[in-house]
Write a protein that binds this ligand. Structure first.
Ligand SMILES: *Cc1c(COP(=O)(O)O)cnc(C)c1O
Length: 390
């Protein structure tokens, strides 16, 4: 998944453009910036890549989620349905919006199970946030149908799936808004950065305002002439970070091609091995191929294979069931509601039960796909994986 693997001259050039003008701010300073608008340029490219009508670049993927929630008007006491397999940022953003995270089961796509949303639907449900985990998609068409039927907002957390699509349509464009992360370990990186996309001019306008203290950005070069239609916050990205992102998004197609090629070779080589069944991917052609994920028959075998992979020197393997960033089982801070300050409501996740998600996560191993591997590296890797599994 990592754009950081192929850093180079282009990133340096884009950053130097910014340093040479000294304009690190994304707005204004029109007469000294010598035509360099890195955040704006990135936004245009993000629209081109995803086919979305509007894009707004911000300081992180977490900020993107917060902005999307705010723009969609999700706040005090609203319930938002989320998967228990994600990154902690998804529920953090919901809590900080004053809304209530409600966890629903995942399926073998490793994303929200559309058939299990009904179980947690209440009159307070306002939105669903499916998370397209590990580079590939949820059953997003079915989740969208559920949202349409029940008049719910749909915000896609596509932070891990830049460049992925379902039936030719980019992830992030199925919902009212889509969110991306460009942090240091994502498919492309700004160092720190995030983005939202939407086809709605109204939602875009709200997002653009909220992310910059409510500024309407209608004052032209004079920021002081902007009005503030809403109260916002500061989720701006700096031009330095955006500059890195411009170079990276230019590499995106190349990154995807390499990932897909590398993943395919390994997939072909191991998919027939005893005990392995592959993650369900609703549209294989749309997989961004950052990870190869598979299931073992049971937890004991998964633990055994995890250890054997490590013993054989196969790096970049993840057993999410034990992971404390990505799966609810180890989110003790959430289960004990350890917040820095008092929440506006009482919450209790201490006895939450998600048996289907547990039974899937217990059996899942994911392998990161790297860009820098040579053919010889991949052959060596396949040999080690086969050793570990037999
Ligand atoms: C990385 C990530 C985020 C948050 O992105 P940051 O840019 O690190 O704030 C949100 N959701 C998911 C699923 C992620 O993987």
């Amino acid at each position: 998944m990592p754009g950081f693997e192929i850093f180079g001259e282009e990133e340096r050039k884009e950053v130097m453009d910014v340093l040479e003008t000294g304009v690190l701010f994304r707005y204004g300073f029109d007469n000294v910036r010598q035509g360099h608008w890195k955040a704006k340029t990135f936004e245009k490219k993000l629209c081109e890549h995803t086919g979305a009508a509007h894009a707004h670049l911000c300081s992180s993927g977490t900020a993107a989620l917060s902005i999307a929630l705010a723009a969609c008007g999700i706040g005090a006491g609203d319930e938002v349905i989320l998967p228990p397999f994600t990154f902690v940022a998804t529920f953090e953003a919901v809590l900080h919006a004053g809304a209530i995270p409600v966890f629903a089961e995942i399926d073998e796509t490793l994303c929200l199970n559309p058939l299990k949303l009904q179980d947690v639907l209440t009159p307070k449900t306002k939105a669903v946030i499916p998370v397209h985990m590990c580079g590939a998609m949820a059953h997003i068409d079915k989740i969208k149908d559920f949202c349409d039927t029940n008049d719910l907002l749909l915000i896609e957390d596509a932070c891990q799936s830049m460049g992925a699509s379902f039936k030719g349509k980019a992830l992030g464009t199925f919902g009212d808004m889509g969110c991306f992360s460009f942090d240091a370990v994502k498919t492309i990186t700004c160092g720190e950065g995030g983005g939202i996309i939407t086809n709605s001019a109204n939602l875009y306008e709200r997002a653009d305002q909220y992310a910059d203290h409510g500024h309407d950005h209608l004052g032209g070069a004079d920021r002081g002439a902007d009005d503030h239609p809403i109260i916002g916050l500061n989720y701006r990205i700096s031009e330095l970070n955006a500059a890195v992102g411009v170079a990276q998004i230019n590499r995106l197609n190349n990154i995807l091609a390499i990932q897909r090629k590398n993943k395919n070779i390994i997939k072909e080589a191991i998919s027939d091995l005893k005990d392995i069944s592959l993650r369900e991917i609703p549209d294989k052609d749309g997989d961004s191929a950052t990870f190869l994920s598979f299931f073992l028959p049971d937890e004991t075998r998964a633990q055994e294979v995890k250890k054997a992979l490590a013993d054989n020197g196969v790096d970049g393997c993840f057993y999410w069931y034990d992971n404390n960033w990505h799966y609810i089982r180890r989110w003790h801070h959430l289960k004990e509601i350890k917040t820095a300050a008092r929440l506006p409501f009482e919450l209790n996740y201490s006895s939450i039960k998600l048996p289907q998600s547990d039974s899937i996560m217990k059996r899942t191993i994911s392998m990161q796909i790297k860009l820098s591997w040579t053919e010889a590296d991949i052959e060596e890797r396949i040999r080690k994986i086969k050793n570990a599994l037999t």
